[in-house]
Design a binder for this molecule. Sequence first.
Ligand SMILES: [Zn+2]
Ligand SMILES: [Zn+2]
Length: 307
Amino acid sequence: MERSRRKFIQTGAIGLAFLAACPSSLLASNDCNIKHPLMPQDKSLQGTCDNCGMMRPMWGRTWHTFVLGKDSKQTCSIHCLAEMVRNSGLQPSGIMVANYLDPHTSLVAEDAYYVVGSSARGTMSIKSKIALPTEAAAQDFVRKCGGEVGRFDDAYGAAVAALVAENKMIQKKRVAKGKIVEPTDADLCPVCGMHVARYPDNKCQIRTKDGEVIHFCATHCLFEYLQNGAKYRDTPLHPQLIWVVDYATGLWIPAKKANYVIGSTMKGPMGKEAFPFAARDAAGSFAQKYSGKVVVFSEVSAKTMLM
Ligand SMILES: [Zn+2]
Ligand SMILES: [Zn+2]
């Protein structure tokens, strides 16, 4: 009696430990084996994400289209939609989302039913957010694959709340794949000669089409190099990726999509800097606090920075 009770307790304990260790996505039924991303790619779907560059033929099941400012935009996911809205400071309109189970059909996002946190794989997201045409279809999906049924606002709110955490995860993957290379003690800024690793808040880098990685101490030297490359190198410069560090979150962000505060009273490693921010709002607050002006990549130069 005592032995069988102990055995029961032990088995129960293992079961609980398994439940605790097992992410909710593994607990849903196997009925949920839906091909996402689409492999082989569905070439009849066309386009690339305006935020992250991923392809619609693969990620079409979570595709969103919308108008931002005056431009039509498309993104791979509600994550990239939320990120574009935050970065631009503009409000989106006319949002359409793919029907997860039939990515050739688009739904008006406000009318769709979203399932958040099911075992469906996330696109740029830790918790997936997928859209279905009816409440019944969403409930049926939850029965098979877990998650919670909500409307667009629920899914969008979850995407906004998760942005920084998800971008940390995405950055880890980019570092692991070598798309971003952290500077080491040996890396010297080619413009000023300073040790780049000593400036973690200001560091920047260019990855050329040949795979060469050039580290800079700060935006001052990055823009000087981009605009006067011939002074510093013998071969022409062909940048493929340019990364700067978001002054608000400390995360690497694509330089061409960042907002910059120039002419502020804040000093960087080279004195005057263009301080990069992903979010337009964050750049605006910084410019209010330290004076200065919010501009985009094409408006920054070593010259405008000194003004
Ligand atoms: Zn994307
Ligand atoms: Zn430098």
